[in-house]
Design a protein. Sequence first.
Length: 82
Amino acid sequence: MQYTIEFKPAAVRDLRRLSPPVAKRVLNKIEGMRDNLVGDVKRLTQYTPGWRLRVGDWRVLFEVVGSVIVIWRIVHRSAAYE
């Protein structure tokens, strides 16, 4: 299934704060999710949003709404699940 990707304002802010090499790596992994959620993707239990993508020490927290992936936050793993 092909997904479209949307970013919430907080995710855009998070992405701008990353160093350029890390931001590029994160964006490449997000683009890879367009095809059937490819990557280190895991469904989260008792946490909103309900999905995460692992990119090294960074976590991309997102939800899937129909055929749209909505990126909520991009945070370091130490602060991802607070």
